[in-house]
Design a protein around this ligand. Structure first.
Ligand SMILES: [Zn+2]
Length: 445
């Protein structure tokens, strides 16, 4: 996410080796994470306004945790702001029995009908109703437009530390998901457009459109609803850039975002590995409450401020750092935000000379609980100093080694999950230099 500088809190301040194409695998040792290889099948129908969607969600998964699995957890992140008033409601479970929601009604334990042995498959299903709350948020509304970011229930992750049920702290992101396949059928009035994660095919019957979006190896699924204006361009590298904008966005802002996206999606692909999803949706609005841009797989929410630098490159960089190369955003927020800022700088030819300020009063590797306590300047560390660290590393090991490091690091964690230790190991493999003094001077040892 790109945070709105000064005014707002949130993403860019307004401011196990797997190769591309590989699917989730059963991990061993300390890197065990699960449930994995998930397949989400969702069928939802909209009301006349597109604000409320109801239907059924089914999640098939494999026990990749290496241990017998008696339960799984669903994350209902859409309830984070409203708690148990629950704009996201689940009911009528099959395959397991739900417990009472916890963590401000953002987590639901589902005891499986049968304990699942390692490597075995199972599935749960449930009825789902989601109503976009009346606020200018990722899961919310802007006039007649509705946005469903972090609204669709997703599986929580269990790893060597146990189940991850961290809360949404109201700043940044606390999300942690494994790559999965989604097939989402959205039935809606034909007068509404529905940009969504994945590649969409639609059939119109009378006044109703049934759109099916499929996305492979993504960590989430987001969509928006409304009478958007839209355009489609294809980058020289073959990525479709679908731009959608609300009625208050100016043509100049649309053109600016589209032009930047066309250049960035190919350039970032050359640096880190080709963008694998074929298309990306840019959804522009002129105002958001707590962010200037928000990243989802193949789908980004953007502000379009007239005459100002928008967050489009930053959010597209998140397609690699958070999306393709995953991380626990609660434990290691710098692993996606610093990398998105650094990538934006690379794309813009900005090497940020002399940016490292010396010893800091907080380690950039702190988790979101720390930053919530730290206060309003947290983004300076997680975004700015973290990116600075990467620029400093580039100066330390040299540009060719750094370029190889970033590409090798992305490739070796493609559709997987990275940790700070993984990045340090990748850096040490990329240079003959002793990095111990560097890590020490940047409080990463
Ligand atoms: Zn960001």
């Amino acid at each position: 996410m790109r945070r709105i500088v000064v005014l707002l809190v949130g993403c860019l301040l307004l401011a196990a080796t797997a190769l591309p194409g590989a699917t989730a695998k059963v991990a061993t040792g300390k890197d065990v994470r699960g449930p994995g290889a998930a397949q989400y099948d969702v069928q939802l129908a909209a009301d006349a306004t597109g604000r409320t969607w109801s239907g059924r969600e089914r999640i098939a998964f494999t026990n990749t945790t290496g241990e017998p699995l008696a339960e799984i957890y669903l994350r209902l992140w859409g309830n984070a702001w409203d708690g148990c008033a629950s704009p996201v409601k689940v009911s009528r479970f099959e395959g397991g029995t739900p417990g009472t929601p916890t963590v401000n009604c953002t987590a639901v334990k589902v005891t499986l009908d049968q304990v699942l042995a390692p490597g075995k498959h199972s599935a749960i299903g449930f009825d789902l109703v989601m109503t976009a709350p009346a606020r200018l948020e990722r899961f919310g509304r802007a006039g007649a437009y509705s946005f469903f970011g972090n609204a669709l229930p997703v599986l929580a992750v269990r790893d060597q530390a146990g189940w991850h049920l961290e809360p949404d702290l109201g700043i940044g992101e606390s999300y942690y998901t494994l790559a999965a396949d989604f097939a989402v059928r959205l039935e809606h009035p034909a007068a509404l457009q529905v940009p969504a994660t994945g590649v969409t095919s639609a059939i119109r019957r009378g006044g109703t459109v049934t759109a099916t979006s499929t996305a492979k190896q993504v960590r989430d699924f987001a969509f928006a609803v409304g009478v958007f204006q839209q355009s489609v361009l294809t980058s020289p590298g073959g990525v479709k850039i679908r731009t959608w904008w609300t009625g208050t966005v100016t043509p100049a802002a649309v053109a600016d975002a589209r032009t930047k996206a066309m250049a960035a999606i190919d350039d970032l692909g050359r640096r880190f590995g080709k963008y694998p999803y074929g298309e990306v949706d840019l959804v522009l609005n002129d105002k958001w409450l707590s962010f200037s841009g928000m990243e989802y797989p193949g789908f980004v929410l953007l502000i379009a401020p007239p005459g100002q630098e928008g967050p489009v490159v930053h959010e597209l960089a998140h397609q690699w750092w958070y999306g393709i190369v995953g991380n626990n955003e609660y434990a290691d927020p710098w692993l996606d935000e610093s990398f998105a800022v650094y990538s934006t700088d690379l794309h813009g030819g900005d090497s940020q000379p002399g940016c490292w300020p010396g010893r800091l009063d907080a380690r950039i590797t702190n988790d979101m609980a720390f930053w919530k306590r730290y206060g309003a300047n947290w983004g300076r560390y997680v975004y700015t100093y973290g990116a600075c660290l990467l620029h400093d590393l580039q100066r330390y090991i040299g540009t060719p080694a750094m370029a190889k490091l970033m590409k090798d690091y992305a490739t070796s964690h493609w559709y997987g999950v990275s940790t700070p230790g993984d990045f340090k190991s990748a850096a040490e493999a990329a240079t003959p230099k002793d990095l111990a003094p560097f890590w020490s001077s940047h409080q990463l040892s």
